[in-house]
Design a protein around this ligand. Structure first.
Ligand code: GDP
Ligand code: MG
Length: 178
């Protein structure tokens, strides 16, 4: 298994593109195209295995509608669900997205499965205007059996890189035993 497909999901402006670009290029640019869906490809090596990583970064999901989710949910092996710690609405949307991923996979897999998902609380640098506590994020992740990390795409690289690596390892295990 050499192909890993990930999808980023979350409210418009949560920082999906910023988190992804940080991981892929180590850089924070500041502004990211948001009017089209993008598919990024990268070759990387994890635990001595060569992988082709594909990441789907969708355009605006501000309407939060189901149809926007359906395509990546079917396609992806794993998910990065992003919210902003200074925006409670984005956290509620992330909760909704986690629910929708589980529901749609339950239909196709006919049962409970641990889908590789990472919940990301982004913009940790804006902690002075925090609206979601780290504890709330962690609890939501535990409820949904997913990984969790608060990050700042603006300031961190290492946390984001570690997070993707963990998620990719989880996908490799998941796909192997599926
Ligand atoms: P997307 O719609 O989820 O893809 O969000 P973007 O990646 O386009 O980011 C939306 C805005 O938030 C942009 O202006 C980014 O520069 C900004 N942004 C993204 N990540 C961070 C962060 O960690 N800290 C701060 N302060 N701003 C961020
Ligand atoms: Mg974007």
């Amino acid at each position: 298994m050499n192909d890993i497909k990930l999808a980023l999901l979350g409210s418009e402006g949560a920082g999906k593109s910023a988190v992804l670009v940080r991981f892929l290029t180590k850089r924070f640019i500041g502004e990211y195209a948001s009017d089209t869906n993008s598919l990024y490809r990268k070759r990387l090596s994890i635990d001595g295995r060569q992988l082709n990583l594909e990441v789907f970064d969708p355009c605006s999901q501000s309407r939060g509608s189901r149809c926007i989710l359906e395509e990546p949910v079917e396609w992806a092996d794993g998910f990065v669900v992003v919210y902003t710690i200074s925006d409670r609405m984005s956290f509620l949307n992330a909760k909704n997205i986690l629910h929708q991923i589980k529901e749609s996979r339950r239909e196709t897999c006919k049962g409970e499965v641990d889908i590789p998902i990472c919940l990301v609380g982004n913009k940790q640098d804006l902690c002075h205007s925090r609206q979601v506590s780290e504890e709330e994020g962690r609890c939501l992740a535990i409820e949904n059996k997913c990984l969790f990390q608060e990050v700042s795409a603006a300031e961190n690289y290492l946390e984001i890189s570690n997070l993707f690596t963990k998620l990719i390892r989880h996908v490799m295990d998941y796909v192997k035993y599926r």
